[in-house]
Design a protein. Sequence first.
Length: 89
Amino acid sequence: MPTIRPRYVITETERVAQALDAAAKRWPAASANRTELLRRLVDEGHRSVIELQERHLAARRDAVARTSGAFTGVYGPNYLAELREDWPA
């Protein structure tokens, strides 16, 4: 089918074959169509990557929220001005 989109060639290595065989068990209706199984694996992998990114982002936001204000009061109101007094002019 003509397309202007890039195409990719994937060799069915042992790992790819194992992934496709596992996908055939997961989606038995598509088990005879390895191309469709490959598409489904890509979709499933994409979902997994997005979910992992969202979990990492949530963990980072949680860390920021937990540590927010942890250093409040460590430096006095004139800290910077006093520090700058020691700098050469």
